[in-house]
Design a protein around this ligand. Structure first.
Ligand SMILES: [Zn+2]
Length: 469
């Protein structure tokens, strides 16, 4: 059986202060390597575009000039590695002051496992290829890959030579550099039982990323595991049948049927209050950061007040992300383990119609500005919930159906009448024809469920029947 699935297992690290210094050095080397590779690519790209511009100046059309311009090879990972190896021992140019130690032109690779730099070169290949192909892709070109700036980018590095210490499952061993930094062992915040189980079941570690989020360091293993025989839904899942899920902003999910959580059946999942609280704090520290910022100074030259605010902002971002993530995981797991079929809306279509619908539902309110503010968070959240439901569905034998989202929030569950006016307030749906009243988001979830059942009537099988292969 050659089918495999890739699972990401992320664990928090508890490094010692000395180890934090090493992790930061690795992350700095990764950033510098990425920038070095991107710089070489950009140089080559500019040589080519200068050739093209000369032809345009001689009277060729831009399309002709692009075809006829002398080809310039864009260096890839292995070219860059070769160029770098030849240059990495070069001293910093310029005279030495008396008593000054000679310094390297590229000091960042010292004391760092070479794989960190190679993986960053490879990431630069991917970023450049993404930019190149975006011109031919639907959805508009993306900008030229950005250089990563210290303090502005996510601190992270990728390696293969990180492995779980299987004797106690409490540590990971991170590769060192020949003749310099020895390999070192970092403690995990909790035992990596799930990772150990995946490895024991024949999982293969493809790559490992170490990243800082706020003050915490995390390690994420990409494990490729053989896909076993597809699991069968349980008797309870088969008995429960289909659940429709409506994703939104205030109520971030509503379900057509109850989900059992801590012994209570729930259908509405509000965005946790704690998030709002953290957001208020976040705004406070962001304002302070803006107030204390001195223009023209680098991050490390700013005042200690600014740095404190910056650290608080980073901490709160990490906190909000962790809370949101744990709520999403709880929800998506309950959905796929308690039902046999899950019906979702096609989110790309939903997002296109969302702003217009929102305006119709609550005219006079500041829907557009709010929507803009939340849009980015929302898009990521919608996509993430769907991604989680889809991969978890595979683990529990659950099927996922995606339905057309048009008018799911304006259609009456009882009589099928479609009318935007039926949605009296954000929460309340009262049918303008038959008077049927329900929570608007639950009503939408019920419509989503009905649509899935309508388009796949064969999915509703009586209990006890089996598939004939
Ligand atoms: Zn009705």
């Amino acid at each position: 059986m050659s089918e495999t699935v890739t699972i990401v297992v992320k664990e928090a690290l508890d490094p010692t202060p000395a180890q934090v210094v090493i992790l930061q050095r690795y992350a700095d080397a990764s950033r510098c390597s990425f920038n070095y590779a991107l710089g070489l690519k950009r140089g080559a790209q500019q040589t080519w575009s200068q050739g093209r511009d000369r032809l345009v100046a001689q009277g060729q059309t831009p399309a002709e000039a692009a075809r006829n311009a002398p080809k310039v090879r864009i260096p890839g990972q292995f070219d860059i590695q070769k160029i770098f190896l030849a240059k990495r021992d070069e001293p910093l140019p310029g005279p030495l002051l008396p008593g000054q130690e000679p310094r390297l032109l590229y000091p960042w690779w010292k004391g760092v496992n070479a794989i960190v730099c190679q993986q960053a070169f490879r990431d630069a290949d991917a970023a450049f290829a993404n930019w190149k192909s975006s011109a031919r892709r639907k959805g508009g070109p993306v900008g030229f890959p950005r250089f990563k700036r210290r303090g502005r980018c996510r601190d992270s590095f990728r390696m293969f030579s990180i492995r779980l210490v299987e004797e106690d499952l409490r540590h990971v061993r991170i590769g060192g550099e020949r003749g310099g930094q020895p390999a070192f062992t970092v403690r995990l915040h909790r035992p990596a039982r799930r990772l150990a189980r995946l490895l024991a079941e024949g999982g293969e570690t493809k790559s490992v990323t170490v990243a800082r989020e706020g003050h915490r360091w995390f390690v994420a293993f990409n494990v490729r595991v053989p896909a076993g025989p597809p699991p069968r839904p349980t008797r309870r899942q088969r008995g429960a049948g289909t659940v429709g899920v409506d994703l939104g902003v205030k109520v971030f999910a509503a379900t057509s049927d109850p989900l059992l959580i801590n012994g209570t059946g729930l259908q509405l999942f509000e965005n946790p209050r704690l998030l709002d609280n953290a957001r208020r704090q976040l705004r406070k520290w962001q304002r302070r950061m803006a107030r204390r910022h001195v223009r023209g100074l680098r991050a490390d030259e700013q005042s200690s007040g600014w740095k404190e605010a910056r650290d608080q902002v980073a901490r709160l971002h990490a906190l909000v992300a962790a809370r949101r993530s744990s709520t999403q995981h709880l929800l998506t797991k309950r959905i796929v383990t308690q039902y046999e079929h899950v019906a979702l809306e096609d989110l790309r279509v939903k997002n296109m119609t969302a702003s217009a619908r929102g305006t119709a539902q609550s005219p006079g309110r500041n829907v557009k500005a709010k929507a803009g503010l939340n849009r980015a968070i929302l898009d990521v959240g919608f996509g993430e919930i769907r991604r989680q439901i889809e991969y978890k569905a595979l683990l529990y034998g659950t099927t996922v159906t995606v339905v057309d989202p048009a008018y799911t929030s304006q259609t009456c569950n009882r009589c099928g009448h479609v009318d935007a006016k039926s949605r009296r307030t954000r929460d309340l749906f009262t049918c303008t024809r038959c008077g049927h009243a329900t929570h608007a988001d639950i009503g939408a979830a019920i419509n989503i469920k009905a649509r899935a059942q309508h388009s796949h009537p064969a999915q509703e099988r009586p209990e006890g029947t089996t598939d004939v292969p």
